[in-house]
Design a binder for this molecule. Structure first.
Ligand code: SF4
Length: 314
């Protein structure tokens, strides 16, 4: 039986994964290296994804960023003061953090790893932006530190990816995950639950596919509306109706039941800073969503992986 089940947990929270990997809690420090995105700079499109307001993703986009080393030193000192945090993961978060010349990528990642308390890298990117030479670089770094490539997979359904204006299809995600896994890299995936293009069964199909692909970690996002986005126009015009919290909790619980037991859950819901959130209101209370998911798993007497069909350990 999974160690997290033996500890009385109903899903594999990422904190438990980090404690196993690093012997104690590791804290993510968001790094803004100034990378652009092909879905914004005109390479694929200029408008970005339907939901994307870059300033809503990370505090670093709302204040001037220093060097990578300065960003890490400032944020880690704050966390050390507040939480006695000692180990940090440099999280290249805003933008597409593999989108640039290889030499620049190497310089950025190495600068983060030069910070003494950094024990690993998390590199957020798009599935269509991880060519072989970039994955080779990440695999080389993974020989001496912990490295995760975090892909904005979002959904396995091309109709949904089209609606989201992602600019890639699901076959790009399969290809990216396969090549990253061939190099032994840890792979995380972002998924949005509650898209108006999907039924609950469609969302479960995404979970089944993540299990088949042996994704190592998942970040679940409710669809939230940030200002100055096409999604905000949809919402204002009434074309978009967002799920209520109870519906979203139901989606999450069914999704978790279909994941592998060894897939760490990095996030159960998402929100934006107060001044960057149009709707839904309920997602401001992330702890409340987490407690509601745990209560629903309890009510169903169910667990992550309970309905996983690819034979992972329960
Ligand atoms: S891929 Fe990411 S950064 Fe680029 S437009 Fe979409 S959400 Fe924004």
């Amino acid at each position: 039986m999974s160690f997290w089940r033996l500890k009385g947990r109903r899903y594999y929270a990422v904190g438990a994964f980090f404690e196993r990997a690093f012997g104690q809690r590791a804290w993510k420090v968001s790094v803004d290296a100034g990378f652009d995105c092909p879905n914004r700079d005109g390479t694929l499109a200029t408008g970005g994804c339907r939901f994307c307001n870059p300033a809503s993703f990370s505090p670093s986009r709302r204040r001037p960023a220093g060097t990578i080393g300065e960003q890490i030193r400032l944020a880690s000192a704050r966390l050390a003061d507040r939480h006695r945090a000692e180990r940090f993961l440099a999280y290249f978060q805003p933008g597409t953090n593999t989108y640039g010349p290889l030499a620049r990528l190497r310089t950025c990642y190495e600068e983060a790893l030069d910070c003494p308390s950094v024990v690993g890298l998390i590199v957020g990117t798009r599935p269509d932006c991880v060519p072989d030479d970039v994955l080779d670089l990440l695999a080389e770094l993974a020989q001496r530190t912990w490295v995760s490539v975090e892909l904005g997979l979002q959904s396995i359904h091309d109709q949904s990816l089209g609606w989201l204006r992602r600019g890639h299809r699901h076959d790009a995600s399969i290809d990216a995950v396969t090549r990253a896994k061939q190099r032994g890299l840890h792979v995380g995936a972002h998924v949005i639950l509650g898209l108006p293009t999907e039924t609950r069964d469609d969302m479960i199909a995404t979970a089944d596919e993540l299990a088949r692909l042996k994704i190592d970690a998942v970040k679940l996002h409710n669809l939230y509306v940030a200002p100055d986005t096409p999604l905000a126009d949809d919402y204002a015009s009434g074309r978009l109706v967002l799920p209520q919290r109870e519906q979203y909790v139901d989606f999450v619980v069914h999704f978790l039941e279909h994941l592998r037991a060894d897939c760490a859950i990095d996030r159960l819901s998402s929100d934006a800073p107060p001044d960057y959130l149009v709707a839904p209101d309920w997602c401001r209370d992330k702890a409340g969503v987490r407690l509601a998911v745990e209560a629903e798993l309890e009510r169903r007497d169910s667990y992550q992986s309970e309905k996983c069909e690819v034979g992972s350990e329960k």
